[in-house]
Design a protein around this ligand. Structure first.
Ligand code: DX5
Ligand code: ZN
Length: 217
C-alpha cells in the first residue's frame, strides 16, 4: 500500500523543510488539494500551485492532484505543467456522462486520471468509467478541509468497489482520502485500498519516517 501525503495543512514558512522531511520519509506521492472556493468553501488554489511549483525543484516524488473544483478543465490547465502523476476530479462537479468522458480523455493527454466521490455519493456512479480511468479516490471525509474524523460508513464503499473491480478483471487503483491514521489504516487496507492519503496524522507527527513506516506496516 502506498502513502500520498496531503500538504494542505503545511504552513508556508516551514513548507520547504517539511517537504524535505517528507521526501526523506519516502512518501510515495505528494497529494495536492486544490480547492476553488466554489465546489468547496475553502480556496487553496494559490497556495497549492506555489507548493506544486516548489516541489518540482525539491523532489522527484510524483504529484497526486486532487481537484475539488467546479471548472475542472481550467485547473487541469493550471496544474498539468507540474507534470503530475495523476489528476483526479469530482464526479459531483460534472455528473454528465459525456462531459466526464471528455474530461477523462482531456486529462489523459497529461497524466493518469482519477474520479473522486464524496461520502454520500453512491459508488456505482463510477462503474461505467472504470475501464477508462486509473484511479478512484474515495473520500472518507466530506471534502473541504483537513483534520476531520474518518466517516466509518465510507469503508463499505471501498469493499464494494474492490469486489466490483476484481469481479470485472479491472486494475483500477483505489485511493482513500480523509481522516486516515494509525487507528483506521488497517481496516482500510483490509477493505482493499491501494493508496492512503494522509494529511494531519503525518504532518503533525514528530517523526515522519516512523509514521510512514508504521502506516505501511
Ligand atoms: C479534504 C482533502 C484531504 C485532506 C486529508 O478535502 O481532500 O486530502 O486534506 O487530510 P487529513 O488526513 O488531515 O484528513
Ligand atoms: Zn484530497
Amino acid at each position: 500500500m502506498e502513502i500520498s501525503a496531503s500538504i494542505l495543512s503545511v504552513n508556508e514558512e516551514e513548507s520547504v523543510h517539511t517537504f524535505y522531511r517528507l521526501e526523506i520519509a519516502k512518501v510515495d506521492y505528494f497529494h495536492i488539494d486544490v480547492m476553488d472556493g466554489r465546489f468547496v468553501e475553502k480556496d487553496s488554489q494559490e497556495n497549492m500551485k506555489k507548493y506544486a511549483d516548489n516541489l518540482k525543484n525539491i523532489t522527484n516524488i510524483p504529484l497526486d492532484v486532487h481537484l475539488m473544483v467546479e471548472d475542472v478543465k481550467k485547473y487541469v490547465d493550471i496544474f498539468s505543467p507540474n507534470e503530475p502523476r495523476c489528476i483526479t476530479f469530482h464526479y459531483e462537479a460534472v455528473k454528465d456522462k459525456e462531459k466526464i468522458m471528455e474530461l477523462i480523455n482531456y486529462i489523459k493527454q497529461y497524466s493518469k486520471v482519477g474520479i473522486s466521490v464524496k461520502p454520500e455519493t453512491n459508488i456505482e456512479v463510477v462503474y461505467d468509467f472504470l475501464p477508462f480511468i486509473h484511479n478512484v479516490l474515495i473520500m472518507t471525509v466530506e471534502p473541504g478541509s483537513g483534520g476531520q474524523e474518518l466517516i466509518p460508513e465510507t469503508i463499505e464503499k471501498i469493499k464494494t468497489l474492490k469486489k466490483y473491480i476484481l469481479d470485472n478483471n479491472l486494475d483500477t487503483e483505489i485511493e482513500a482520502d480523509g481522516g486516515i491514521n494509525l487507528s483506521n489504516i488497517n481496516e482500510l487496507k483490509n477493505a482493499g485500498i491501494d493508496i492512503a492519503v494522509v494529511g494531519t496524522a503525518l504532518i503533525e507527527a514528530k517523526d515522519y519516517k516512523y509514521m510512514v513506516n508504521k502506516l505501511k506496516e
